[in-house]
Write a protein that binds this ligand. Structure first.
Ligand SMILES: Nc1ncnc2c1ncn2[C@@H]1O[C@H](COP(=O)(O)OP(=O)(O)O)[C@@H](O)[C@H]1O
Ligand SMILES: [Mg+2]
Length: 270
């Protein structure tokens, strides 16, 4: 049997979600097809040379282990490790910088700048959101009134600035390679992690697909996070191409089975 090194942080504490449960489930399903071993990214080096593929999953925010992450990326390149996801994306795996690029290219994304000098690029807003470029799991994310924002003395290039969007709800689209597997949304705005299956339209799917096509991930799982504005449009919040949490245990069984099968086949391909 082929060997998989499955990277995860089983002890990671995320608000409202249990990453470890999801990874135990997925790893358990993959074991019918592969020999699977689980490890924290910190422990990868000793095992990675012996694995046919390295699967990078719910390893938490890389803010918590930056050096380990960049060391790993270096070895992936040097040793040409076969990884899933492949580390050739332009989105979250390189920080949130891509939101500036998508804004400049007029994609349907929450307008984003990284300097107060460019604030006029954004639509005027009573409240703004600021977030670190390398953030995840809402670490460092803050809401600030327009007046307060000016007083912040933000260092240009360090922090992203967006208008605060008063959206109806958030919706996520989950892809394996270029196939849309399912979508989930948070019907209650105040409970972002209580998700229900979302019955998407062709237009919604086309919206999500735009970002998958823009990105350059050859093999992997991506989650397109969007919000539905009051006037009914979808705007990209985040394109998670590093380690998207999948809410896979909340998806109905037939969809989950299809996802696991497609995931195993996608890993086979690398
Ligand atoms: N510009 C915004 N306006 C309103 N809410 C936002 C905005 N940006 C982020 N949020 C809220 O914060 C959450 C986390 O933001 P996100 O950009 O996805 O960062 P993270 O990488 O931490 O998940 C979003 O799911 C959304 O609920
Ligand atoms: Mg997010």
């Amino acid at each position: 049997m082929k060997k998989i090194l499955y990277l995860t942080d089983l002890a990671y504490k995320a608000k409202g979600r249990d990453y470890s449960k999801e990874d135990i489930y997925i790893a358990d399903r993959l074991k019918d097809r592969y020999d699977v071993v689980l490890a924290h990214p910190k422990c990868a080096e000793g095992f990675e040379d012996h694995a046919d593929a390295v699967v990078f999953r719910n390893t938490g925010s890389v803010i918590g282990y930056k050096d380990i992450y960049y060391d790993f990326l270096r070895r992936v390149e040097e040793k040409r490790l076969k990884t899933f996801n492949s580390f050739d994306g332009k989105a979250d795996m390189r920080g949130k910088q891509y939101l500036l690029e998508l804004t400049a290219e007029a994609y349907p994304v929450i307008p984003t700048v990284d300097s107060m000098d460019d604030i006029n690029v954004l639509p005027e807003s009573e409240t703004y959101v600021i977030k670190p470029k390398d953030g995840a799991d809402s670490i460092g994310l803050e809401f600030a009134a327009a007046e307060e924002l000016k007083k912040r003395g933000l260092v240009p290039g360090k922090t992203l600035i967006q208008p605060a969007i008063d959206f109806q709800y958030e919706v996520s689209f989950y892809f394996i390679n270029d196939k849309l597997e399912y979508a989930m949304y948070a019907p209650d705005k105040t409970k972002r992690w209580e998700l229900a299956e979302y019955d998407y339209t062709d237009e919604d799917a086309a919206f999500a697909r735009k970002f998958i096509e823009w990105n350059t991930v050859k093999h992997g799982i991506q989650r397109v996070d969007a919000c539905r504005t009051r006037d009914g449009r979808l705007l990209l919040v985040e394109l998670e191409d590093l380690n998207p949490y999948l809410s896979i245990l909340e998806v109905k069984e037939s969809v989950r089975n299809q996802f696991l099968q497609d995931m195993a086949e996608a890993i086979d391909k690398i």
